[in-house]
Design a protein around this ligand. Structure first.
Ligand code: GAL
Length: 479
C-alpha cells in the first residue's frame, strides 16, 4: 500500500492550543455492566451493555425503527462482521454476527474491511458492501456483497469482484434521497477514488460515475448529504496511521465535486474516517463524525472516536475535538465538552515516525530517535513549555528532561540551548530552531533503523510540503 506522510494541513496556532489547555482527560477503562451510560467518552475503550469490547471497526450505521445499528469489522476468532444496536448511541447491545468465516468458502481466509449496509425498499433486503482481501495480502483489492432480510441475522454472502475490473479497497455506500445508491471506493493502487451507481437491487454496479481527484491518494471515504450539498470526507493513505482528513462538496453525487479542503487537525485527532452519521431530531439534525483510532499491534485496542461535525456555512465543514459527547436523541442536539491535552507527540515529516529517546543503548542514553506511532508508549510523550512568544522548552514526559541544542536530552538548566523557536508553517507543521545555536532540529534516515537519530542542522527556511527533514508536527495526544 502507498505509504507517505506529507500533506498540506492547517491547525489552530500552537499557542492557542496551549492556552486552551485545562486538564488531561483520564482514560475510562472499566466496563460498566449495569449502569446505563449517558455520554460518549472519546479515547476510552467502548464496551457494550454486557461489558464486552465493541468490535465494529471501520463501521457504518443505519437507523431501523427506533434503533441505530452499528455494523463493523469484528476480527475476533472466526467472526468477520458484527452488529450492535442502540437507541441513544451510548449503550450498545450486540445483536449478532452477520458474517463469519463459515458463512461462505470464500470467507474462510478472507480479510473483510469497512462493511457498510443499506436497505433496499423494493427487494426488502439489507445489502452489505465491503472490502475483500485474503489474509494480509492487499493485492486482491476487491469489493464483496452480502444480503439479508433481517439486519440482525446472518447475511448471505454473494460474491467478491472488482467493479468493472477496477481495483477496490477502502469503500463506503451512500443512499440518496431518491433511493439511488452509490458505492465509493479507492482504486488504481489507492491513487484515485471511484464513484459507482448501483443497480436498482443494490447488488451490482450499474455505472462508473466518476473518478475523483486522480493521483491524490485518498481513502476511507464517508458521504453525507446536508441541505443541497453532498459532502465526501476522506483520509490520505498512510496505512493504519492517522493523517489529515479532507472533504469536498457537490450538489450532486455525479459532481462536479469541489477541490479537497482540510478539516479537523493535521492528524484528524488521531483518527481515520469511517462514517458520518446524521442524527435527525425534532429540533435539528446533527452530524457525528465516526473515526477509527487504529491500533494494528493490538487490533482489539483500536478505539472509536465520535466528534461533532458542524457547518460554518452551506459548504464549510468544521470538525473539532471533543473529549465527551452527549446526544439528545429527541431534539437532535449534540453537546460536547472539549479538553485540549497538555501532552503531545512530535512527528517527523521526513520519516512519519514519532520522537522518543533512542531505544538502543549503544547510541548513548541522551540521544533521540524516532519510532512508529504507539498510543500506549509513554516515551513518545512530550510537553511544550512556552518561555515567550513562539519560544518554548520541550520536556520529555517520562524522564522529565529537556530537548537541547545537541538534539539530545539534558536535565533542566537556564541555558538557551534548551529553548526552541517554533517556526510555524501554514500546514500546521513547524520547524524547531534552537535559540542558542540558531540551528534547526533535523532527522536523518539511515538503513539501520536504530541509528535514525536527531541532529541539528543549519536552519533552512525552505519548507517541503511532503518530505522535510526539518519538518515536525507538535501533535496533541488527544485522549
Ligand atoms: C488503511 C485502511 C484500513 C486498512 C489499512 C491496512 O489505510 O484505511 O481500512 O486497509 O490501511 O493497512
Amino acid at each position: 500500500m502507498t505509504k507517505s506522510t506529507a500533506i498540506r494541513t492547517r491547525l489552530a496556532p500552537l499557542w492557542a492550543l496551549l492556552a486552551a489547555c485545562t486538564l488531561a482527560p483520564s482514560l475510562e477503562v472499566a466496563a460498566q455492566k449495569t449502569e446505563a451510560k449517558t455520554t460518549i467518552v472519546n479515547g476510552a475503550v467502548h464496551t457494550d451493555i454486557a461489558g464486552n469490547l465493541i468490535n465494529a471497526h471501520g463501521g457504518g450505521f443505519l437507523k431501523v425503527g427506533e434503533y441505530y445499528y452499528w455494523i463493523g469489522e469484528n476480527r475476533h476468532d472466526d467472526v468477520l462482521v458484527s452488529c450492535y444496536r442502540s437507541k441513544d448511541l451510548v449503550n450498545w447491545e450486540l445483536r449478532g454476527d452477520l458474517l463469519t468465516r463459515q458463512s461462505n468458502p470464500e470467507l474462510a481466509k478472507a480479510n473483510i474491511e469497512r462493511p457498510k449496509v443499506i436497505y433496499n425498499e423494493a427487494t426488502k433486503q439489507f445489502v452489505m458492501w465491503m472490502h475483500y482481501e485474503i489474509r494480509t495480502d492487499y493485492s486482491y483489492a476487491r469489493a464483496a456483497v452480502a444480503t439479508s432480510s433481517d439486519i440482525e441475522k446472518p447475511f448471505t454472502y454473494l460474491r467478491s469482484f472488482r467493479p468493472f475490473d477496477n481495483m477496490s479497497r477502502d469503500c463506503n455506500l451512500f443512499k440518496d434521497d431518491d433511493g439511488t445508491a452509490y458505492f465509493i471506493s479507492s482504486t488504481r493502487e489507492n491513487r484515485d477514488m471511484n464513484v459507482y451507481e448501483l443497480t436498482a437491487d443494490y447488488l451490482d454496479v450499474k455505472e462508473k460515475v466518476l473518478t475523483l481527484w486522480p493521483g491524490s491518494q485518498r481513502e476511507a471515504p464517508a458521504v453525507v448529504k446536508r441541505g443541497r450539498y453532498y459532502f465526501m470526507l476522506t483520509s490520505f493513505c498512510t496505512g493504519w496511521d492517522p493523517n489529515q482528513a479532507k472533504y469536498a462538496f457537490a450538489t450532486s453525487m455525479r459532481g462536479p465535486w469541489s477541490a479537497l479542503k482540510n478539516v479537523g487537525s493535521p492528524m484528524s485527532f488521531d483518527t481515520q474516517p469511517t462514517y458520518i452519521l446524521p442524527i435527525q431530531g425534532a429540533k435539528t439534525t446533527s452530524y457525528l463524525y465516526v473515526g477509527d483510532r487504529w491500533d494494528p499491534s493490538q487490533y482489539f485496542n483500536s478505539r472509536y472516536i465520535f466528534l461533532p461535525l458542524t457547518f460554518a456555512n452551506d459548504t464549510t465543514m468544521v470538525m473539532e475535538w471533543a473529549s465527551k459527547l452527549s446526544v439528545d436523541m429527541k431534539s437532535g442536539k449534540l453537546s460536547a465538552k472539549a479538553t485540549t491535552p497538555k501532552q503531545l507527540r512530535i512527528k517527523s515529516k521526513w520519516t512519519g515516525a514519532y520522537l522518543a529517546p533512542l531505544r538502543t543503548a549503544e547510541n548513548g542514553a541522551n540521544a533521540i530517535g524516532n519510532y512508529r506511532l504507539d498510543y500506549a508508549k509513554e516515551d513518545q510523550r512530550w510537553v511544550v513549555e512556552p518561555t515567550g512568544k513562539d519560544f518554548a522548552r520541550i520536556r520529555h514526559v517520562p524522564s522529565g528532561r529537556y530537548l537541547d541544542d545537541q538534539a539530545a536530552l539534558s536535565d533542566k538548566n537556564k541555558d538557551d540551548g534548551q529553548v526552541w523557536k517554533i517556526v510555524k508553517q501554514s500546514d500546521g507543521w513547524c520547524k524547531l530552531v534552537n535559540k542558542k545555536s540558531g540551528k534547526a532540529l533535523s532527522i536523518e534516515r539511515s538503513r539501520n533503523k536504530s541509528d535514525e537519530k536527531l541532529f541539528t542542522t543549519a536552519f533552512d527556511e525552505k519548507y517541503d510540503q511532503h518530505y522535510d527533514k526539518q519538518g515536525f508536527l507538535l501533535a496533541p495526544a488527544y485522549e
